[in-house]
Design a protein around this ligand. Sequence first.
Ligand code: SF4
Ligand code: SF4
Length: 83
Amino acid sequence: MNCRSGCGACCIVPSISSSLPGMPNGKPAGQRCLHLGADFRCALFNDPRRPTVCAEFRAEDAICGSSAEQAFEILTVLEISTQ
Ligand code: SF4
Ligand code: SF4
């Protein structure tokens, strides 16, 4: 599937352990990434500083669901189950 515009769940819900510009200790779970723009696009797209985990992530039905609300719910369950 293609990433749904205006969602941003995967840039908010999960924690990211690798450092990002402005977030040297990574991104805590549930905190909006500093690089997620108001338009829900990644400001580091195609930037070598973008974490590998972000570059490798692909939208898929099992994670993204059929709405932003579902993506938040699914990712929250996954995040809790991997803590
Ligand atoms: S959770 Fe899926 S649909 Fe939502 S922004 Fe991330 S990749 Fe796109
Ligand atoms: S760096 Fe970009 S893709 Fe990664 S969490 Fe931040 S906004 Fe999302």
